[in-house]
Write a protein that binds this ligand. Structure first.
Ligand code: S3P
Length: 441
């Protein structure tokens, strides 16, 4: 297991190419395997999480190949997955596990899902409970991996009211519903990222999204659509771009640019928040690619003030709270993050790991069950650093604390950094290209 040290840096500058979006990459392989024919995928994220999804689909009989700079997927068509005794190792990936559970639940397939230590602790009942309603049989424990699912060839169309706003839950149910003879409906309390809906629509499915009177959202998919084989181009991941962007904002004399970033409004809560805090961020050159909005983003050194981030924004920046917490240490005043209980169910309990890490370097933090408060030290305060942080198999915790090391007086060492490869391959090299001082130790 490797460790990386991060030391004081100045003048971060240049253009940075950010790898493909993780959420869209998983979906391109999974939905690509359900179209009738061959598709090509450009800019697929070649991270461990996404490769685990590709390998699992290959085990289920899908032909997937890496070409020179693209990937090809030969879709089996909806309802054409068969067989039993499959073991699918989803590694560290919650998205891969939960989405593929939906695909298996809606197919004539029996498969056991396994994963690494972190994934094996994460809650799965949120998907197995609704999938059971479609007729899938869940064998063994229902809440933690390993979980065995016996799917049904013709799943029942369901209407499911989800207690949480989760794109993984929504997508899992929609994927099962693809092979159902009727309409599948999900109601979620606030709208979570809609990449599954957009991609299904792009390939030709009928899917609708409505806001209801109580401000919850209803998504309905017509079963057995014909999904046409169209090529896809994947935009850069805004959740990965967040690390160099926040680094440029907190590091003196810095200005960087990232291109072709996914700016789907259900993903850009962090950017909205940073702008409200006073960050110099410009978003421009907006265009649509394969059903998603993309844009270029520049960010430069900024003076930040603490704000309250409302619960209503949580779903649109759920993966970005660790790196927002790093920016918040530099702000004047406190930053209050409300309605973030879901952070407790990520690769680690991120409220806890962020608080513990920041307290080690003398930042005052407070937590409740569903909120996180950080007392900013202001832009000029000297933060000593000189601590070691364990990633606990959480890629975003690892990258966040490495970004913090760029402004501390002494280095921050992050232990067990291999996990960064689950979402951002070549993170260290790319950060160093813009002038960061990260070193493998
Ligand atoms: C994801 C949804 C989010 C997010 C995860 C990716 C997706 O999880 O945290 O990194 O691709 O659907 P939840 O749906 O559990 O909020």
């Amino acid at each position: 297991m490797n460790s990386i040290s991060s030391s004081k840096s100045i003048n971060l500058s240049g253009n940075l190419s950010i790898p493909g979006d993780k959420s869209i990459s998983h979906r391109s392989l999974i939905i690509g395997s359900l179209v009738s024919g061959r598709i090509e995928i450009n800019n697929l994220l070649e991270s461990e999480d996404v490769i685990a999804t590709a390998e699992a689909l290959k085990i289920l009989g899908v032909k997937i190949n890496k070409l020179n700079d693209k990937w090809e997927v030969f879709g089996n068509g909806i309802g054409n997955f068969f067989g039993s005794n499959y073991t699918l190792n989803m590694g560290n990936s919650g998205t891969g596990a939960r989405l593929l559970m939906g695909l298996v639940a809606g197919s004539d397939v029996e498969a056991t899902f396994i994963g690494d230590e972190s994934l094996s602790k994460r809650p799965m009942k949120r998907v197995t409970a609704p999938l059971k309603k479609t007729g899938a049989i869940i064998l063994g424990q229902a809440d933690n991996l390993p979980i065995k699912i016996r799917g049904s060839k013709i799943p029942l169309p369901i209407k499911y009211q989800s207690p949480i706003s989760s794109a993984q839950v929504k997508s899992s149910i929609l994927l099962a519903g693809l092979s159902s003879l009727g309409n599948t409906t999900i109601i979620e309390p606030s709208l979570s990222r809609d990449h599954t809906e957009r991609m299904l629509k792009f390939f030709g499915a009928n899917i609708s999204t409505y806001e209801l009177n109580d401000m919850s959202w209803e998504i309905t998919l017509e079963g057995i659509p014909e999904l046409k084989p169209l090529n896809l181009s994947i935009p850069a991941d805004p959740s990965s771009a967040a690390f160099p962007i926040v680094s440029a904002i907190i590091t003196p004399n810095s200005k960087i640019k990232v291109e072709n970033v996914c700016v789907n409004e259900l993903r850009t809560g962090l950017y909205k928040t940073l702008i409200e805090m006073g960050a110099n961020i410009q978003i421009f050159n907006k265009k649509e690619i394969s059903g998603e909005m993309v844009a270029d983003i520049t960010a430069s050194s900024s003076s930040l003030k603490g704000i309250t981030v409302p619960k209503s924004r949580a779903a649109s920046m759920i993966d970005e709270y660790p790196i927002l917490s790093i920016a918040a240490t530099r702000a004047i005043g406190k930053t209050v993050m409300e309605g973030v209980e879901e952070l407790r169910y990520k690769e680690t309990d991120r409220i806890k790991t962020v608080c513990e890490g920041l307290q080690k370097i003398g930042i005052v933090t407070r937590e409740t069950k569903d909120s996180l408060i950080i007392e900013g030290k202001g832009p000029k305060a000297k933060i000593i650093g000189n601590v070691e942080i364990d990633s606990n198999l959480d890629h975003r915790i690892a990258m966040s604390f490495l970004c913090l090391g760029l402004i501390t007086e002494k280095a921050i060492i992050v232990r067990n950094t291999d996990t960064i490869n689950s979402s951002f391959p070549f993170f260290m090299q790319k950060m160093n290209e813009i002038g960061a001082n990260l070193n493998l130790i």
